[in-house]
Design a binder for this molecule. Structure first.
Ligand code: FE2
Length: 181
């Protein structure tokens, strides 16, 4: 059976609404977590009024929880950073909502502008810093919800003697992917 006959059998999906999946109330796949983050990013009324900037301590706010996931809103004034860490048992999606953040990993450093999303697996280690001159806001979906954020020695994610020192944290699913820009 070739793909042409498959198409003929399937017909027009819009004419057979019983074959369409009803939208789920809660995301359950990586693609759906990415989509959730994108929809929140696009709807500034959901989060803009909640953001606070605090120069003395890192500001964060739990925006939403659901079965098996949590959504956090974070702000970063210039110079603020997370320190090197991983996310324990959690995988996640990081989305920059406003401003610009710099992510450092064992592979190097990249600048994440507004709209960029990073997907990371359990055990992924990084450091996120606002190296820009303007405040930044980011959205973090963790699945399962973040229960542990082990900190790493700074030297593990920084160039040392001209080469990058590998981080000890396991990365069973490989490096994070940038899924949008
Ligand atoms: Fe992180």
């Amino acid at each position: 059976m070739n793909s042409d006959s498959d198409l003929q059998i399937a017909g027009d999906i819009l004419e057979v609404p019983h074959l369409l999946q009803a939208p789920r109330e809660h995301p359950a796949t990586v693609a759906e977590f990415v989509g959730l983050a994108r929809s929140i990013a696009a709807d500034r009324a959901q989060w803009e009024h909640l953001v606070r900037y605090d120069a003395t301590t890192r500001w964060y706010h739990r925006l939403r929880t659901g079965p098996g996931y949590e959504v956090w809103l974070l702000s970063w004034v210039p110079g603020q950073g997370s320190g090197p860490h991983d996310h324990g048992r959690s995988s996640g999606v990081l989305t920059v909502l406003d401003g610009e953040l710099t992510e450092r990993t064992e592979r190097g450093e990249r600048v994440l502008g507004a709209g960029v999303q990073r997907v990371f697996a359990q055990g992924y280690a990084h450091e996120v810093v606002n190296d820009a001159l303007e405040p930044a806001v980011s959205l973090h979906v963790y699945f399962p919800g973040l229960t542990d954020m082990p900190m790493h020695p700074a030297s593990r994610l920084r160039p040392a003697g001209g080469s990058l020192v590998a981080c000890a944290a396991p990365a069973p699913y490989g490096p994070a992917d940038t899924v949008g820009a």
